[in-house]
Design a binder for this molecule. Sequence first.
Ligand SMILES: [Zn+2]
Length: 439
Amino acid sequence: MTLFDKGMKMKLDCGDEASVVRLIRNDRHCDVYEVILNDEIRILKYYSDLSFSDTSAFYDFIAAKLKDGPPSERFYWPGALTEKTNEGFGYVTGCVPKSYHDLDEFLLLKADFSSYAKRLNAAIEIVRAFECLHEKGYFFQSADSNVFLVDGNTGDVVIDDCEYITSVCAGARGSIKFEAPEVIAGKCKSDMHSDLFLLSELLFVILFSAHPFEGRRLDCHAYITRDAKQEFYAKSPIFAFDPNDESNRPVSGVSGYEIQLWKKIPKAIKEKFYQAFSRSSLGYGDLEEIRKNRVACEAWRHELVNLRSRLVKCPACGEDLFLDFDSQTICPNSKCGHVIGKNRILAFGNGEYRVPIFPGVGIYKCMVDSLSDDCETQIGSITVNPQNPNILGIKNESSKPWLAVSKKTIESGRSLSFSAFDEVYFDQCEQKGFAKIID
Ligand SMILES: [Zn+2]
């Protein structure tokens, strides 16, 4: 191990110098330092004990990633390399702000979200991060929850330790709690399919502050042996809410928060988890069958964005609630019980995105343009007529006009009452979007 003293200057390939502040920790393969680079606090990871691999090959691997650039700004990607010497080499990366907590802390209930909207924001952000990663041909070659950090007050997500991201799996192993069963069983190496399993597990952690395979089976053990871990997480995992097998249900009193969150969430999301953690997806079948049952990033994005559209405040008490698409909605606050009549729905394109016609609900770019996956840019909303609160309208908040089939144009910045049209055409990009009202 090479140790650097405070104030030592490290020459970087970008021409700048990083000044060592302190050693933060010794990781398995590297020493992690706090450094100052261009007046900003950054992290330097220095590899001086590469017995696990060939130093040159690892240097080339990091240099190639640096050149390629990060999949999105959420990834704390290698920023600049130090000189490669006989003693080793290092690279500079971002310093995760203190407001972020890794998902282990959310699992242990040491961290939580300030609201359900922030929880949902984190879920959508993590799906978008995986989509950006896969678009560049990368995946996680070893999986663990502490690489993913979330700010519970904003729902923002960052991904640290990006050296575990690759496009060719060397066979590195992560935590048994988050590794795909087919990888643990040796049926294949990590790839984008195993990443989809990891994504489903992370989404479960974010949405329910719990691990999907931790239920009654685990609670029966005072001490979990290595063999028991293998059994519960890898060889024969059982989803805690498996619709056909109640043997691993969460124990009330131990997992009350998880049970409460599961009760609240609409059926459409539950069904996605039933698929993601079905016996076919959990490694009981052959590889083809396992992969066929994985939930794709895009399917998660559609469902989570729809869930976000359904999350509103109760008009009577302000409690968060999910609007029911099929019937009236009753406020879950037992002291309130306000009833919201069944809402009409605005269905976009082939119905992937469905928005309840309810005041304040947003319309996002991905909904009106099938080529766009931008679920953050709001381009419209459901509005209330200021003269009559019973009349709802659609407001165009984009810079381009929309066409309602009543042949009335909704000028940019203007609203049109829902009674005046049945369908609306959006003119946003090359691919023109379309939405219709359904009851
Ligand atoms: Zn209420």
